[in-house]
Design a protein around this ligand. Structure first.
Ligand code: ZN
Length: 272
């Protein structure tokens, strides 16, 4: 199927080797790799194995988590992001996704400043490696400890503050931004500024039982995924649509059957 990508975290119980076998059987053509799936593996080997499986490596997830209470911890975060950039380079992943981070009790303005400084510190390494950095705005329910960047507008503001380097852009994840009244206009702006680096899909369940691990399969929830996807495509974006689902409920099911469900849900979504 066209532009069909799955994140390794979506089928967390499977090893990356199993993902490389099972994804292509469902028509998947792209894989986004989470760093924990790489543990004990050599990035260059995985790059070759993915190519042999006929899968493009779309992104590496994830870097970020720049804000911290003290300079030593901020430097630790920078060092980890430099490592992630090197991993992305070894994998042949063109994009590193950034979950930017936040510190409970620290002002969001200060955290956004630290995020901007952190990205600036790793930018030369990313440019040298040819790895794009994609700021992923996270839903405001994560503003306390996962990301002080909660809207597309704020992601654009970080890009602006950095001087709009072409390496830095935005990962649009429908789960995080579907509610935003400015969404279409901010997606248009991302297209015009060359900042649309990645597009993630899943669904929002009602009621949501867990803030992190109760995402829905496309079609199980209330997000206007196809409409948002069409807005993204209207900017000229031709990249993969990446299925990224964290779900204790779905991880507890048979992952081969779950992959079949993902493929049929994707086919339904993009059938016309
Ligand atoms: Zn995402």
């Amino acid at each position: 199927m066209k532009r069909f990508c799955i994140h390794t975290i979506t089928t967390k119980p499977l090893t990356i080797e199993e993902c490389l076998i099972e994804f292509p059987k469902r028509g998947v053509t792209g894989i986004t790799i989470w760093r924990q799936a790489l543990e004990g593996r050599n990035g260059t080997d995985v790059r070759r194995q993915a190519a042999d499986a006929g899968l493009d490596v779309i992104s590496l997830c994830r870097g970020g988590f720049f804000p911290a209470r003290n300079a030593a911890d901020r430097q630790t975060a920078i060092d980890d992001n430099l490592k992630a950039i090197a991993q992305a380079h070894a994998l042949g992943a063109p994009v590193l996704v950034l979950v930017c981070g936040s510190v409970p009790g620290q002002s969001l303005v200060e955290s956004r400043k630290q995020i901007t400084d952190g990205i600036a510190a790793v930018l030369p390494a990313a440019e040298k490696a040819g790895v794009k950095l994609a700021i992923e705005p996270l839903h405001p329910m994560y503003a306390d400890d996962r990301s002080a960047v909660n809207t597309m507008r704020q992601a654009h503001e970080v890009c602006d503050a950095l001087g709009s380097p072409p390496t830095v852009g935005i990962a649009v994840d429908v789960y995080h931004v579907w509610w935003d009244p400015e969404l279409k206009q901010q997606i248009d702006l991302a297209g015009k500024t060359g900042r649309l680096h990645a597009f993630h899909i899943c669904d929002w369940r009602t009621p949501t039982m867990d803030l992190l691990n109760d995402r829905g399969l496309m079609g199980e929830g209330c997000i206007n995924i196809r409409e948002i996807s069409d807005w993204v495509d209207a900017t000229g974006f031709t990249g993969h649509r990446e299925v990224e689902i964290f779900s204790d409920r779905l991880w507890a099911t048979d992952q081969h059957r779950f992959l079949d469900q993902i493929a049929s849900s994707y086919a339904n979504l993009y059938q016309s």
